[in-house]
Design a binder for this molecule. Sequence first.
Ligand code: NAP
Length: 277
Amino acid sequence: MSHLKTIFITGVSSGFGRALAQVALASGYRVIGTVRNASAKTTFEALHAENAFACELDITDFSAIDAVIADVESRIGPIDVLVNNAGYGHEGVMEESSLDELRRQFDVNVFGAVAMIKAVLPFMRQRRRGHIINITSMGGFITLPGISYYCGSKFALEGISETLSQELAPFNIAVTAVAPGSFRTDWAGRSMVRSARSITDYDALFDPIRQAREEKSGKQLGDPVKAAQVILALMENPSPPAHLLLGSDALHLVRQKLTALNQQIDAWEDVSRSTDG
Ligand code: NAP
């Protein structure tokens, strides 16, 4: 089957990455996906005899990334779209969570994504064509006690993504930060890293949040296949947005946050203005 575009997706073993790969393969795209073990590679490549390619890569193996992308470009073909999807959620009250856990969260969700972008950009820039899609989160706009590291990482990726969209516009390379609400993937299940509890002062605030997230896992509102269809359509859109929310929960909560932020800015406007001159 002839392929429409070649897309590179990080993290295709489950969730959004897997759903996007399947929808794209079914539509005739060529998909290269990253996995983290040999059996996931075999499973992924079995999805399509000609168009599914898997690379074993942990995106925090920073020194390996450039060679992986160069190999894909020369052996498989030019990458039209990079989807930075691989990521995970760290859950834990900040005071209880180690700096190593913060570093790991940023290594995967921020540094890994940026390293992937830096590897594909020389090729895309030379071609004056490309699309980078960063899967961020509604947690890149709104916050909730117990996921400060995760929100920090997604705020960071939102900021980098938006800046990059301005830097790359002259080269006809689009950048879109896709911010999903809660979806039925492995995010809150096997993939989540949960810090152990140690400070009872936080019990009343945090225990119900942790419990609710565990109970909701697998029953979230969002359908990853529908998200995949939207993301695929985004790749064919001639002027994709810099930000796109997915899910009515994201829409509601982000709007609420922006309204509250505007109200706070208005309430403190005089103080803000008082430092001029
Ligand atoms: P998922 O089912 O857990 O999938 C995560 C994928 O990322 C897996 O393929 C995983 O590979 C891969 N991955 C994790 N760390 C990696 C690393 N260091 N190197 C390479 N691959 C790595 O969860 P998901 O919800 O689809 O997550 C995809 C993205 O959506 C994440 O960035 C997440 O933060 C974001 N997101 C999810 C939701 C939601 O509600 N589900 C909402 C907003 C944003 P392994 O199988 O090897 O672990």
